[in-house]
Design a protein. Structure first.
Length: 131
């Protein structure tokens, strides 16, 4: 059984990267494109701190989805999520469950993992290595 599961590990990495990209890009589209509608992002300036985060999330999410420059992009997003946690969540309370920062922590550490593990076989990065 372990051998069977181990054979799927690289593919699972690709799926993790793809899902992470989809989760990140929706935050960028909400902030910059207004979809899905999030009331707190209405009239957001792209030149604000949250607007800059939206740009990172929109572009970075798209790059994660296709798996291009995955290590660099994931590292940048990981840093953005750590920054978001300490700026927006940590001041509210110590515990992430209380301060609403659980998602930021999960995004941070999943992207940190992707920055070390790479994109997986179903990616532009892998296709460029083969070609």
């Amino acid at each position: 059984m372990n051998e069977t599961l181990a054979a799927w590990t690289p593919r699972a990495l690709s799926v993790l990267r793809l899902i992470m990209g989809l989760m990140i890009i929706q935050h960028g589209t909400a902030k910059l494109l207004g979809f899905p509608v999030v009331a707190s992002f209405a009239n957001l300036s792209p030149f604000s701190l949250i607007g800059a985060a939206g740009i990172i999330e929109l572009i970075g999410g798209a790059l994660l989805i296709v798996g291009f420059q995955t290590r660099l992009v994931a590292f940048i997003i990981s840093g953005e999520m750590a920054f978001a946690y300490f700026m927006a969540h940590a001041p509210k309370a110590f515990y992430p469950l209380i301060n609403g920062g659980t998602l930021a922590i999960m995004f941070c550490f999943t992207c940190l993992y992707l920055s070390t593990a790479g994109a997986g076989p179903w990616s532009v990065d892998a296709a460029m290595k083969r070609g």
